[in-house]
Design a protein around this ligand. Sequence first.
Ligand code: CAO
Length: 552
Amino acid sequence: MKEFILPELGENIQAASVLSVFVKQGDYLKLEQPVLEIETDKATIEVPSNVEGIIKDIFIKDGDKVKVGQVVLRVEAGEESIQQVNAVVVETKSIETNSVSEQPSPSAKKEEVVSGGMIEFVIPDLGENIHSADVLKVLVSVGDMINKEDGVLEIETDKATIEVPSTVSGKVIEVFIKEGDKAKVGQVVMRVETVITSESNLQTKEVKKEEPKVEAVQETKTEAPAKVEEGKVNPNLQRAGFVDTQPDILKHAAPAAPSVRRLARELGVDINNVPGKGINGRISLDDVKAYVKSLNENRSSASFGSGLGIKAETLPDFSKFGAIERKPMSNIRSKTADHLSYAWATIPHVTQFDKADITDLEKVRKGLASAAEKEGTKLTVTSFLLKIISEALTEFPQFNSSIDMERKEVIYKDYVNIGVAVDTENGLIVPVVKSVKGKNIFQLSKDMNELADKARRRKIGLDDLQGGCFTISNLGGIGGTYFTPIVNSPEVAILGVSKASFEPIYKNGSFEPRLMMPLSLSYDHRIIDGADGIRFLRWIIDALENPYRFLL
Ligand code: CAO
């Protein structure tokens, strides 16, 4: 038996709090394997083992205070351990032989059960149409003990960099490939002196249940230690010992190299939750990093409402200054707060201001009033804007796009759906008028009024709120001059419309009273440049100022 005691932790540090115990009774503990995570006054430290063997007793648990020199755990190591491990292997071998000879099953035949068998590990199938790859790194050397799923090579195909995991456990006897080589699928990478395959482990367990043959163990005990030097732990057998002593975490472990597990542990993520993108779901360092990144993104976007992922400042006690009343935020308000905070924080906004002379448009609108009435609707400035903007989006496709920064791609849309901000008693709602492109101005007006009505009566469906390409926010029915609308992410632009009013405009050598409507176009500067911004806005203004030409 060997004891693992808490080592010196540094000057003046006599004790620490145990944050996590990584091992449990029955685990096979390896040298350097992390045993504890502890917290001292100065830091959080992972304490590695300096003993090796099967853990028999653990004397501390999470939350304990542990002192330097205190016994943490006891392992059965050295001779005792070897013998126990040998017994497992020998027993395995003898029973295996029995069972195969008595009942030759197909699965038994394909076993490479015995320790000491040689196996060649070849480059596995790398996917459709991939026949070879460049070897970036060889992760094993002659003499290494490797486990199934340990990384053997890092290779680069046309499509990705992949870590190739071992399908065998054992000692590496020869390596035939080196860094910089071009390796072909099926090419021999290394020769391994095998220990026990996972299939054989399963079979062994089954057979052992039926026939716990003690004599067989003793009878063959002399054969198996052939590979063990006296007094020394045969690494092959240590691995074999994992048959029954391997910690659960390794038995059902997600496929990942120790370095990858270490990184996951250091970053505080459960490796079993990390989606592996390698062969057979193998997890690479990049997969762990990508997973942590996605967690962070989700975390910060989840807290946008409370301040963009930045720690919120503590609010003062307002009641010190006068009477107050606290009311819960409505669902719409809280969702709007989150969404707008996200858009504001992630989109580099530019807002371009200009004015449209809608004097003639107003004449057209009034001229079409009775026709609109016959159609069962009423035309407003917003109806015209819907029609004009649908054409503008076709003319300027970058305004009808979304950005995928993860993949560094721009998504261009062939369809045109336009959201219209509606002021309701319950807050701002943006229903989306669908398939604007094919519809005439009366139909658009009808659609918009129905949606606005539904929104105000709280009858809007989820589908009515989705799929927008661009948003119009018209505050002109209420008032105001200019404002800076926030782009309705993942769209890339929004048109703010303010109240039209008569202004003296210098035209044909004299001032004329013209109905001028202020426009504020906000856009995402990542995809739209300033020049395009003003071109787009001027195109809309030109259409508003020449309604006959536009409508015809
Ligand atoms: N300048 C001058 N007059 C305007 C105008 C403008 N920019 N916009 C609308 N009008 C006129 C209309 O033409 C209509 O005139 P008539 O009474 O002569 O027919 C009148 O004002 C009322 O229009 P409306 O507001 O009822 O209809 P609309 O189709 O123009 O707008 C809607 C519909 C849903 C956009 C509007 O009702 C609304 O809710 N606006 C608020 C949007 C909002 O809250 N935006 C802020 C988002 S960010 O916080």
